[in-house]
Design a protein around this ligand. Structure first.
Ligand SMILES: Nc1ncnc2c1ncn2[C@@H]1O[C@H](COP(=O)(O)OP(=O)(O)OP(=O)(O)O)[C@@H](O)[C@H]1O
Ligand SMILES: [Mg+2]
Length: 136
């Protein structure tokens, strides 16, 4: 379930990446995640927003507070772009692999910092990555 607190943030500049970080922090605080878990999901969101900007050619983030069947609160962020897509997802999810100038640790790091990580991509069409972090 998502709520009316959902925020949609276009990602076209570095300032937008900061906005995604802030919105994620706000949602994670509202979902009453621990400070450590807030920082984890904010770090993941920051890496994914930067990828959307750098590799996706820009896109958007949708930041939501969510609740599971048992009433547990969490935060979910969907990153969407209509960029080149990722040809080899396994390679992209390898520690240290980058197609650019990065460290190649963003995707794998983000995946480790959240509870659920879903990546959908199609070459020439774009990439959608959804991450969720639950309150524990
Ligand atoms: N939204 C995207 N669209 C297209 N390719 C992407 C996208 N996100 C990631 N990739 C590809 O996956 C690779 C790995 O991403 P990852 O974030 O792990 O590393 P990086 O961005 O290269 O370096 P780092 O994040 O450590 O600075 C990227 O180099 C890029 O080729
Ligand atoms: Mg990256």
């Amino acid at each position: 379930m998502t709520t009316s607190d959902d925020v949609e943030i276009p990602i076209a500049t570095g300032d937008d990446v900061v906005r995604v970080r802030q919105a994620t922090r706000t949602a994670a605080g509202a979902a009453r995640l621990s400070l450590v878990d807030q920082t984890k999901v904010v770090t993941a969101a920051s890496e994914l927003a930067r990828n959307t900007l750098v590799y996706g050619g820009g896109g958007e983030a949708l930041v939501s507070q969510v609740t599971d069947e048992r009433g547990r609160a969490g935060v979910r962020i969907v990153f969407r772009d209509e960029g080149p897509g990722i040809a080899d997802v396994d390679l992209a999810l390898t520690d240290g692999w980058t197609s650019g100038q990065g460290l190649g640790l963003g995707l794998t790091g983000a995946r480790r910092l959240v509870d659920a990580f879903d990546l959908e991509t199609a070459v020439g069409q774009g990439t959608t990555i959804t991450v969720t972090k639950w309150r524990r």
